[in-house]
Write a protein that binds this ligand. Structure first.
Ligand SMILES: Cc1cc2nc3c(=O)[nH]c(=O)nc-3n(C[C@H](O)[C@H](O)[C@H](O)COP(=O)(O)OP(=O)(O)OC[C@H]3O[C@@H](n4cnc5c(N)ncnc54)[C@H](O)[C@@H]3O)c2cc1C
Length: 391
């Protein structure tokens, strides 16, 4: 089997890349190691930047998002038992975000691909990528119990942090940057209407909490917990009591409780591997970089990477010039590092490091006070949150 672009990984990055290449008339084959139900049910991100929303609309996968997604014009910051709203449109010349779960983005892209796109093979696990510094790289994969080989003009690793593509780059080529954090998130899904109109980010002496949502009837909430926490140790009532304590404000606001349908612990990591290209192998999305979820950037970075890459492949096809492919890594890394910084900033400003001193806590409160009383500081947060336009 041969294709122009072999894509490993059917998460948001791989699926969107396949759609964009299809729209540009470039053939590709997409290999996904898991089955369709698993990929469509995997609970992850839920906030789409304005640029991501625009891309999904333009590529023809935005109709259900526009019907069912929730447009949000801001977020709430809570600290010292008080609420403060950050209004995005007034601070960013009209930009806003959309709440639409990653599961739904993935379902929409899979449906489009199966309807009129190129081959999308589920339960097709890439075992190795070879020949990336030759003219014809190969993906060796297993599918339907058989070992198979896909020869390609180019290979794109969209296979997440634990995928195989990054390991095809010879030692010494990639520089990696990494930070781990001394806390994790316990995330729950609950069948209860959200208790707020917009996301609430709460700083408290008990640790961070986030109130998000997936739909008008499903809430998504997170608690900062120690690394190594077993979700089974958190009974449902314990989770709600702790959320209540961390969101507490001096007003009549009430956290509505409901049946918890999912509970999982998510570790936090910052990671960048650069460059994002070696020979004919490109890395995109979580395969190249990870951010802690506090800034809501992971999914959005995956989208911006593959938009840059698809444009570069289209440019090659129409002009014969590889200049945009050659610029891919540098173009993406500029945005990646901005998102890395913002995600780090949100994480360290809002969480309680178990080693932090009262002095550190006062600095956090001072920073939050600054954001909520200075238009310039609020605009800095808002611009980063809604994201810059995708080039
Ligand atoms: C548990 C969790 C919760 C998260 N929550 C948030 C959040 O609240 N907000 C936020 O902004 N971000 C969040 N993120 C990050 C966000 O979901 C990711 O940044 C986003 O999924 C990146 O998309 P991707 O396509 O690059 O990678 P992925 O979504 O990881 O997709 C990679 C795909 O490659 C497949 N694959 C892996 N290896 C192979 C192989 N060898 N062969 C074939 N296929 C392979 C995988 O099965 C997967 O489908 C979360 C991430 C995790 C892990």
């Amino acid at each position: 089997m041969h294709t122009t672009v072999g894509v490993i990984g059917g998460g948001p990055a791989g699926l969107l890349l396949a759609r964009l290449l299809h729209n540009a008339g470039i053939d590709c084959v997409l290999l996904e190691s898991r089955d369709r139900a698993y990929v469509e049910g995997r609970q992850r991100a839920g906030i789409l930047e304005q640029g991501t929303v625009d891309v999904l609309r333009e590529c023809g996968a935005g109709a259900r998002m526009d019907r069912e997604g929730l447009v949000h014009d801001g977020i709430e910051l809570r600290f010292d038992r008080r609420s403060h709203r950050i209004d995005f449109p007034s601070l960013t010349s009209g930009r806003r975000v959309m709440v639409y779960a990653q599961t739904e983005v993935v379902k929409d892209l899979i449906a489009a691909q199966l309807d009129n796109g190129g081959p999308l093979l589920f339960e097709a696990k890439a075992e190795a990528v070879t020949g990336v510094d030759t003219g014809q790289p190969m993906i060796h994969f297993t599918h339907e119990g058989r070992d198979q080989t896909l020869t390609c003009d180019y290979v794109v690793g969209c296979d997440g942090f634990h995928g195989v593509a990054r390991s095809a780059v010879p030692g010494g080529v990639l520089t990696t940057y990494e930070r781990t954090y001394p806390y994790s998130w316990l995330g729950i899904l609950a069948d209860v209407p959200p208790s707020c109109d917009e996301l609430v980010y709460a700083h408290s002496s008990r640790g961070f909490a986030l109130h998000s949502m997936r739909s008008p009837t499903v809430s998504r909430l997170y608690l900062q917990v120690p690394n190594g926490t077993d979700p089974a140790d958190w009974a449902d009532e314990h989770v709600w009591d702790e959320l209540d304590a961390r969101f507490a404000v001096d007003s009549s606001w009430k956290l509505e409780r409901g049946p918890i349908t999912a509970k999982a612990v998510l570790p936090m990591r910052s990671f960048v591997a650069e460059p994002m290209r070696y020979g004919r192998l490109f890395l995109a999305g979580d395969a190249a970089h990870i951010v802690p979820p506090t800034g809501a950037k992971g999914l959005n970075l995956a989208v911006s990477d593959v938009v840059v890459l698809a444009n570069a492949f289209a440019h090659l096809r129409t002009t014969g010039s590889a200049e945009l492919l050659d610029a891919f890594s540098a173009t993406c890394l500029r945005r990646v590092w901005r998102a890395e910084h913002f995600s780090y900033f949100m994480t360290t400003t809002l969480h309680t490091d178990p080693r932090q001193s009262p002095f550190d806590t006062r600095l956090q409160i001072s920073q939050l006070d600054r954001i909520t009383t200075s238009t310039a500081a609020a605009a800095e947060l808002a611009e980063n949150y809604v994201g810059p336009p995708i080039v």
